[in-house]
Ligand binder design. Structure first.
Ligand SMILES: C[S@@+](CC[C@H](N)C(=O)[O-])C[C@H]1O[C@@H](n2cnc3c(N)ncnc32)[C@H](O)[C@@H]1O
Length: 289
């Protein structure tokens, strides 16, 4: 779904504010307010992003990559994703990787271990407080092959054809202009480069009252695109070999998020529960060689 200019900047401002608050409160507040992209706005509850206390359980639902537990809690506690782009990306030593919406950097640090010292990882995020956390985490870990850049994924601060693999975890759904994100992804990837993202998507269109809610947008519901439109936007940007797999994380958390956003079964659609209409998917594609 495309939004007009005013709506677009509204969404960006709200999303930036929300993640700025999460980053600023993390580690100092009681709950760390680590509500994820999929969690309802202004609530510490989340559907994909863990609250600190049950973080280990949540991470095991999201990541197949076992070495996630070796990262410090400053990193894992700020994990706000809804999938595991790392396993999907099948990274190789020496590759250059770009993470769209890197947050506190969890996927960048996992990627850095895989690409090794001959590779490098660039994390882009538009929220200054998130970039600050990510840079502090980099210093703590000593991840020399990772750098974080402040910027929007609709206008990536990255050179043309300079990246082997793009990863992203629960971010593109937050963009008010997803086709532009995929066009930018195509621009920065080298020929033959890979796109490997985890994201919230929908099956079918959600009703207008949900789509029009800014609260639901920043809570990762209204901005989630129908999976067929998502795939079409990737194809329109020039990608090929596009495939996707739905990942059902935790039905109860999805239901709880829906409840807190005021989304009832009736408003989602006839006899449909939210969990069948809004879910995480692993999506991969390749730029032609
Ligand atoms: C749900 S969090 C995910 C963070 C990280 N990928 C993870 O798995 O923990 C979304 C992140 O994307 C960033 N973000 C959202 N929209 C963005 C945009 N249009 N451009 C750049 N960053 C964006 C937010 O600032 C936030 O840090």
């Amino acid at each position: 779904m495309e939004k007009n200019v005013e709506e677009t900047s509204d969404v960006r401002v709200q999303v930036r504010e929300r993640y700025g608050r999460i980053a600023a409160e993390f580690g100092v507040g009681a709950s760390a307010a680590a509500a994820s992209c999929c969690g309802p706005a202004d609530s510490a509850a989340s559907c994909c992003g863990p609250e600190q206390s049950d973080n280990v359980v949540q991470l095991s639902q999201i990541y197949e990559a076992g070495d996630v537990y070796q990262l410090p809690t400053e990193v894992t506690g700020l994990s706000l994703g809804c999938g595991d782009p790392i396993t999907l990306a099948a990274l190789q030593p020496g590759q250059t990787v770009l993470d769209l919406g890197a947050g506190g950097g969890i996927d960048c640090f996992l990627a850095a271990q895989r690409v090794g010292q001959t590779g490098r990882v660039i994390g882009v995020d538009m929220t200054p407080a998130m970039i600050e956390k990510a840079r502090a985490n980099k210093a703590k870990i000593g991840a020399d092959n990772v750098e974080f850049r402040l910027g929007e994924i609709e206008h990536m601060p990255v050179a043309d054809t300079s990246v082997d693999v793009i990863i992203s975890n629960c971010v593109i759904n937050l963009s008010p202009d997803k086709p532009q994100v995929f066009r930018e992804a195509y621009r920065v990837l080298r020929p033959g480069g890979k796109l490997a993202v985890a994201d919230m998507v929908t099956q079918g269109q959600l009703p207008d009252e949900i789509r029009d809610s800014l609260n639901a947008w920043i809570g990762c519901v209204a901005g989630a695109m129908d999976i067929n439109d998502y795939v079409a936007a990737i194809r329109d940007a020039g990608f090929e070999d596009i495939s996707y797999t739905p990942v059902y994380i935790d039905d109860e958390m999805i239901d709880e998020a829906a409840k807190q956003l005021g989304i009832t079964e009736a408003s989602v659609g006839e006899g449909e529960s939210m969990r069948k209409r809004v879910f995480s998917a692993k999506v991969s594609a390749r730029k032609p060689s």
